[in-house]
Ligand binder design. Structure first.
Ligand code: NAG
Ligand code: NAG
Ligand code: NAG
Length: 476
């Protein structure tokens, strides 16, 4: 599922990067002096427009005049340092045009323009092929119609709506429709970027299909009390939307999770806050998993949801797994992640459970709907996938206040063992297959493999999950 591990480097921000490089060092030094008390992590700031050593505004190597900005007044602040996403903050008179163009007017700016794709997978050309590029132009146009030259007037379209709240502009293109990608590429980064505004923020969404907006409307509504603006379908009514502050692109921390220490102000929001928002948005009733007492479970049967994938990485013996779980004291639900519009009802099923079991894949992303203290059991197929699996779902589960059990299957539990001779490289040498690239890895292990669980071996993982439900937990 995760399509992100390919070494691709097709996309770079078409900026005067050489120009930028020349000033970054100076900018860093001056920033260090200026923001020393603001706890701004310096390595995250690649400045386009910053404050120079003698309080002069700099753009590249251009000295634009003497001026001093506070931390929240810097007109353009871009961070291109993350391997996953580029983010620019624009402040002042910012106008969003219906043709994916953003114009920032600033009296001291020299006319400059750059393009970027506001999506959390900036080095993945497959994802970016479905992301609309946004053009940003910084211009000195005067607000007064009496003083504009021809060129400046063209760059100063009239506002159709003038808002006081900030806006976040982002694309949901890429792998929209895959629950893991929707969360890790878009929704969790959106939470990181927009949560600080306490709902008073406009969400300007590009490349979204109507079903995508419907599916996630509750969550988007939990982040913004303003109507979502669908940039691709002209719900901006072809108008020019004006804001005092626009964030273009989403901040990415880690796979499907939040690094609380890096959120605005430090430690303010965590992945547990994201999952709380997810539960509230979809009206899910349970915030805490069941607490099992005593050996026999004290009469309570924790509910276990077995996610059954249909075509790839499928369990060939889901029935046997369900019976084994039932005999260990679970009430078993076998479920399939919903397509598109049905997310709300699947979220309710997930939230009613205390244990989520599934093979590595997007269905496990539904862990965001589990009550705190619940247990995620990830079944990891052959192919050297353990580290990726742990990053994709293990760490997010723990960050969300859940418990995590990692079950790496034995060779005999993989259908690859019957498909290939014992000494075949697919079985013997996953590293060699990986070295051929992502598509080879995907074909061999993610598409080419089903799982036949050895229920006796797997009972250990199911007992471990029950044991965890007996223990008290930080989040209780
Ligand atoms: C978008 O529209 C503005 C105003 O009509 C125009 O000046 C600009 O060139 C257009 N940008 C793109 C990328 O088409
Ligand atoms: C938007 O409204 C604010 C407050 O009324 C005003 O100061 C600003 O000049 C307006 N901006 C534009 C671009 O019309
Ligand atoms: C895995 O199981 C599914 C569902 O039974 C089947 O359609 C698919 O062909 C199987 N794949 C392999 C590689 O055996």
């Amino acid at each position: 599922m995760a399509c992100e591990k390919k070494p691709v480097s097709s996309f770079t921000v078409r900026l005067g990067l050489a120009l930028l490089a020349g000033c970054v060092l100076v900018a860093m030094i001056s920033l260090a002096a200026m923001f020393r008390h603001d706890a701004v992590p310096l390595q995250t700031l690649s400045l386009l427009f910053s404050v120079g050593p003698v309080s002069s505004v700099m753009w590249g190597e251009e000295r634009l005049g003497s001026h001093r900005f506070g931390r929240n007044r810097v007109p353009v602040l871009c961070d291109f340092s993350s391997s996953r996403s580029d983010v620019c903050e624009l402040r002042g008179d910012v106008r969003v045009l219906p043709n994916a163009t953003i114009v920032l007017h600033h009296p001291l700016a020299r006319r400059q323009s750059w393009r970027m794709k506001p999506h959390g997978r900036k080095n993945d050309r497959h994802a970016l092929a479905r992301v609309t590029e946004v053009t940003v132009t910084v211009a000195t146009a005067s607000a007064s119609p009496h003083h504009t030259s021809g060129a400046a007037a063209a760059a100063a379209p009239r506002c159709t709506a003038n808002h006081t709240a900030p806006a976040v502009v982002f694309s949901v293109g890429g792998y929209a429709g895959n629950m893991f990608h929707d969360l890790t590429d878009v929704l969790v980064p959106l939470f990181i970027t927009a949560r600080r505004f306490g709902g008073d923020v406009h969400l300007l969404v590009g490349d979204a299909q109507p079903w995508w907006l419907d599916k996630f409307r509750p969550l988007l509504g939990g982040l913004s009390r303003h109507a979502v603006v669908d940039m691709s379908r002209g719900s901006s009514s072809g108008g020019v939307l004006c804001y005092p502050h626009v964030i273009l692109g989403l901040e990415f921390h880690k796979e499907m999770s939040v690094d609380a220490a890096r959120t605005a102000g430090g430690g303010e929001y965590s992945m547990a806050d994201f999952t709380l928002l997810a539960r509230r948005s979809y009206g899910l009733p349970r915030d805490k998993a069941i607490r099992v007492h005593g050996r026999g479970g004290g009469g309570v049967r924790p509910r276990l949801l077995l996610i059954s994938r249909k075509s790839t990485r499928a369990f060939t013996n889901a029935g046997s797994i369900a019976r084994a779980a039932a005999s260990l004291g679970y009430e078993v639900v076998v479920g399939e992640p919903a397509r598109h519009a049905d997310l709300a009802s699947f979220a309710r099923v997930v939230n009613s459970c205390d244990v989520l079991v599934g093979v590595h894949g997007a269905g496990l992303a539904n862990l965001v709907f589990l009550p705190a203290g619940a247990v995620v059991v990830q079944v990891v197929p052959l192919g050297g996938l353990d580290a990726m699996a742990a990053d994709d779902f293990g760490a997010p589960a723990r960050d969300a206040g859940l418990r995590y059990v990692h079950y790496g299957i034995a060779e005999a539990e993989s259908t690859l063992a019957t498909r290939y001779p014992r000494d075949h490289r697919v079985l013997r040498d996953p590293a060699a297959v990986r070295s051929e690239g992502w598509m080879a890895l995907r074909a061999a292990y993610l598409v080419g493999q089903n799982v036949t669980i050895d229920v006796r071996r797997f009972s250990g993982a199911l007992r471990r999950a029950m044991e965890l439900l007996r223990q008290t937990h930080d989040h209780e």
